[in-house]
Design a protein around this ligand. Structure first.
Ligand code: UD1
Ligand code: PEP
Length: 434
C-alpha cells in the first residue's frame, strides 16, 4: 500500500510554487467543449488525478484532448457523444460540469448521478432547477440524470437557494448559448467563477457580474476555442501557509494571489502568523507561539471549507480553545477521528469542533478521508512526535501535485513509499541471506 511517511520536528523554510487551481481548471476544461469552432489552449494546468479524469470524460465524448507540459489543447469541433458514465463521475463529482455545455450545444446531456461522498450528500438539484428554468426537461432514472431541450435554451431569471459553486458554473455555461438574457441571483462569488467567466468571454460569451452575487449572461449563437491561463490554486497556497505557520518557519509561496485568500490571511494573522505580499507571492512567517481563534466556513469571501481541516491542524498547536464551525458541508469532520489517533484533543458538538491546544501530537497511522483531510494530516505530522503514516493517497492525488516533493524541498522529513515493494524487498533479502 502506498503511504506518505512524515517524521515531525523540522521547521519549513524556502520557496515553493503553487500550481493552477484544480477548482478553476475543471470547469474551464468542461467549458471548452462548448466551442464548435477552433481549439482551446489552456495553460498552467496542474498534473492532478482530477485533470486526468476530466480529460478522460472529454475523450469518451469524442473530444480531441492533448495534455503536455502543463498545457491542455482541446478540439471539440467533431460531433460529440453527450454522455458521461459512472466510472468517471464516481472518481470525480466535477464530471457533472459537462451537463451545462452539452445541453447548451446539443440540447441533450446524460451524466451518471454523482451520489454522496465523504464530506456530505452533495445533491445537484440547484443545477437542474436552473436548466429547467431555461426550458429544459430533466429525467432521473437508472442512476443517470438526463437533460433535454427542444431547440435552444431560453434565457431566464434564476435565484439560487444557496450560492452553489457548481450550479453557478453549470448555469453560466448553459446560458452562454441560450436565447436572450439569463440572470443568476445569489450566485457563488468564488475566484474560480470569475476565471470561468473570463474564459467563456474569451470564447465569445457575454457575461458580466462574475464575482458578485448577480451574474448576467447575454446568450450568443456560437462560441470559439480560446487561449487561457488558469488562476493559482488558493487552497494549495493556503495549505503551504499553514505548513510555514505550524512549523514556525519562513516560506515564500510563489504564484499565490493574496486577494483570493483574505479570510485565511486574516484568521492566521489573528493566530500570530506574519503574512505579506512579496513579488507574485506570499511570504509567511510562523510565530514561536500560536494563539487560539474561531472559524466559521462560509461561501466566498467567507472562510473556505476547503481550508477547514488544515486550519484544524494549526489550531491543535495554538494555546487555548479554538472553535471551528462548518456551515457549507454537513459531514466534513471525518478527519477528527484521524487527528484523535494522533492524540489530538477534539470534541464534535453539532456542526462545530472544539479544539484544545496546544497538544502534544504523536505520530500514528492515519487515513486521508478526503483530499484536504489528507493534507491536514500531513501538516499535523510535520509537528508530531515520531513518525506519521498517511494512507488513502488517491484522495490527496486528486488535488495536490507532488505534495511530498514540495514539502521535502522546504526541509520536511517526508517520503512516499510503497509498503508492498518494501515487503517484497525484505522477503527477497531474507531469502538471499538464508
Ligand atoms: C470542483 C469544485 O469546484 N469543488 C468545490 C465546489 O464544490 P461544489 O460545486 O460541489 O460545491 P457547492 O458550492 O455546489 O456546494 C455547497 C453546498 O451546497 C449544496 N448544494 C449544492 C448544489 C446543489 O444543487 N444543491 C445543494 O444543496 C452542497 O451539498 C453543499 O452543501 O465548491 C465547494 C464549496 O466551496 C468546494 O468545497 C469544492 O472544493
Ligand atoms: C471538496 C473538494 O473538491 P471536490 O468538489 O472536487 O470534491 C476540494 O477541493 O476540497
Amino acid at each position: 500500500m502506498e503511504k506518505i511517511i512524515v517524521r515531525g520536528g523540522r521547521q519549513l523554510n524556502g520557496t515553493v510554487r503553487v500550481e493552477g487551481a484544480k477548482n478553476a481548471v475543471l470547469p474551464v476544461i468542461a467549458a471548452s467543449i462548448i466551442a464548435s469552432k477552433g481549439k482551446s489552449i489552456i495553460h498552467d494546468v496542474p498534473a492532478l488525478a482530477d485533470v486526468h479524469t476530466i480529460n478522460q470524460v472529454l475523450k469518451h465524448m469524442n473530444v480531441d484532448v492533448n495534455y503536455d507540459n502543463n498545457t491542455v489543447v482541446v478540439d471539440a469541433t467533431e460531433d460529440l457523444f453527450t454522455e458521461a458514465p459512472f466510472e468517471y463521475v464516481r472518481k470525480m463529482r466535477a464530471s457533472v460540469l459537462v451537463l451545462g455545455p452539452l445541453l447548451a450545444r446539443y440540447g441533450h446531456a446524460k451524466v451518471a448521478l454523482p451520489g454522496g461522498c465523504a464530506i456530505g450528500s452533495r445533491p445537484i438539484d440547484l443545477h437542474l432547477k436552473g436548466f429547467e428554468a431555461m426550458g429544459a426537461s430533466v429525467h432521473v432514472g437508472n442512476g443517470f440524470v438526463e437533460v433535454t431541450t427542444n431547440g435552444r435554451l431560453k434565457g431566464a431569471k434564476i435565484y439560487l437557494d444557496m450560492p452553489s459553486v457548481g450550479a453557478t458554473e453549470n448555469i453560466m455555461m448553459a446560458a452562454a448559448l441560450a436565447k436572450g438574457r439569463t440572470t443568476i441571483e445569489n450566485a457563488a462569488k468564488e475566484p474560480e467563477i470569475v476565471d470561468l467567466a473570463n474564459y467563456l468571454n474569451k470564447m465569445g460569451a457575454r457575461i458580466i457580474g462574475a464575482g458578485t452575487e448577480t451574474i448576467k449572461i447575454e446568450g450568443v449563437d456560437t462560441l470559439y476555442g480560446a487561449e487561457h491561463t488558469i488562476i493559482p490554486d488558493r487552497v494549495e497556497a493556503g495549505t503551504f501557509m499553514v505548513a510555514a505557520a505550524i512549523t514556525g518557519g519562513n516560506v515564500l509561496i510563489e504564484n499565490a494571489e493574496i486577494d483570493h485568500l483574505r479570510s485565511v490571511v486574516s484568521k492566521m494573522e489573528e493566530m500570530g502568523v506574519r503574512i505579506h505580499e512579496e513579488g507574485t507571492g506570499i511570504r509567511v512567517i510562523g510565530p514561536k507561539k500560536l494563539k487560539a481563534t474561531d472559524i466559521k466556513t462560509l461561501p466566498h469571501p467567507g472562510f473556505p471549507t476547503d481550508m477547514q481541516s488544515q486550519m484544524m491542524a494549526l489550531m491543535l498547536q495554538a494555546s487555548g480553545t479554538s472553535v471551528i464551525t462548518e456551515t457549507v458541508f454537513e459531514n466534513r469532520f471525518m478527519h477528527v477521528e484521524e487527528f484523535r489517533r494522533m492524540n489530538a484533543k477534539l470534541k464534535i458538538e453539532g456542526r462545530s469542533v472544539i479544539v484544545e491546544g496546544p497538544g502534544s501530537l504523536q505520530g500514528a497511522e492515519v487515513a486521508a478521508t478526503d483530499l484536504r483531510a489528507g493534507a491536514a494530516l500531513i501538516l499535523a505530522g510535520l509537528v508530531a512526535d515520531g513518525m506519521t503514516r498517511v494512507t488513502s493517497l488517491h484522495h490527496i492525488d486528486r488535488g495536490y501535485v507532488d505534495i511530498t516533493g514540495k514539502f521535502a524541498q522546504l526541509g520536511a522529513d517526508i517520503e512516499r513509499v510503497n509498503d508492498d515493494v518494501i515487503m517484497e524487498t525484505v522477503t527477497y533479502k531474507q531469502v538471499e541471506v538464508q
